[in-house]
Design a protein around this ligand. Structure first.
Ligand code: ADP
Ligand code: MG
Length: 257
């Protein structure tokens, strides 16, 4: 299953620094979007806003037909206001959205299997069912034989593959990946990109922040270039990556090479 992602008028400031400065984005169900942009351009903040890890100051994120994190209501004077949803509703919504972090964020004291099964168990799935599914998912990412290993016994590439299995444990409709390979030694990047390539083929809606241009060209339906919290340029990979219109996109891509 997959769902559309719609972002409307997203604004997020820290102090008077607008980190996300008016972003609109519509991503079809099952599409793969790659977000690129310089460090500090707001990529992580935007991604974190999608599952309400970082609530927006203004704007709305919709997954399928459900608004994430806030509910619109009218004040007495008729003005529109947003009210934060209760924590348990936000947790339920977040279960629809898998998230993969740059630094894996696995629980160090849990085994690979326990890391993957923990989310479903917390959501009320029976432990034996959650563990069987976790085994299947570890198999999917090529780690069937590492179920009982703890994160520190695994390479970075293996840890990130466990993190991807964990992100899939609640059968999300949308998966967000924030620089999933940038903390890895170069020789471990390929195995993680391979797992993401498989994931893209399953039809799940993906948003991937990555600077792996060759990979983006191969898997992305849509590429978005972000700078200073705004979309400078977006389009098909061949347009944005190989024939960018905007000088800022050009100079950014030149620096990556
Ligand atoms: P990117 O992922 O593109 O590198 P980020 O979204 O992480 O960019 O950050 C954008 C800007 O927001 C940066 O200048 C960063 O320092 C700032 N920022 C991010 N998170 C916070 C925070 N929690 N408090 C203050 N500033 C932040
Ligand atoms: Mg970031």
């Amino acid at each position: 299953m997959s769902a559309t992602i719609s972002i409307r008028g997203a604004v997020k400031a820290y102090g008077d620094h607008r980190v996300v400065d008016g972003i609109d984005l519509d991503l079809p169900a099952g599409s793969v979007t790659v977000v690129i942009g310089p460090s500090g351009s707001g990529k992580s903040t935007l991604l974190r806003a999608v599952n309400h890890l970082e609530p927006l100051d203004r704007g709305v994120v919709t997954i399928g037909d459900e608004t994430i994190g806030v509910r619109l209501h009218r004040g007495r004077d008729g003005t529109a206001r947003y009210r934060e949803l209760p924590e348990r509703t936000i947790l339920r919504q977040r279960a629809r959205i898998g998230f993969v972090f740059q630094h894996f964020n696995l629980f160090p004291h849990l085994t690979a299997l326990e890391n993957v099964a923990e989310g479903p168990i917390a959501q009320g799935v029976a432990a034996d069912v959650a563990k069987q599914r976790a085994r299947d998912l570890l198999g999917q990412v090529g780690l069937a034989d590492r179920a009982d290993s703890r994160p520190r016994q695994l390479s970075g590439g293996q840890q990130q593959r466990v993190a991807i299995a964990r992100a899939l444990a609640l059968s999300p409709e949308v998966v967000l990946l924030d620089e999933p390979t940038s903390a890895l030694d170069p020789e471990l990047v390929g195995e993680v990109l391979g797992v993401i390539r498989d994931l893209a083929a399953t039809g799940c809606t993906l948003v991937i922040v990555t600077h792996e241009v060759a990979f983006a060209r191969e898997v992305a339906d849509h590429v978005v270039f972000l700078d200073h919290g705004r979309i400078v340029e977006q389009g098909q990979p061949a347009e944005v990556l190989d024939d960018p219109r905007h000088p800022r996109t050009r100079s950014f891509l030149a620096r990556l090479r």
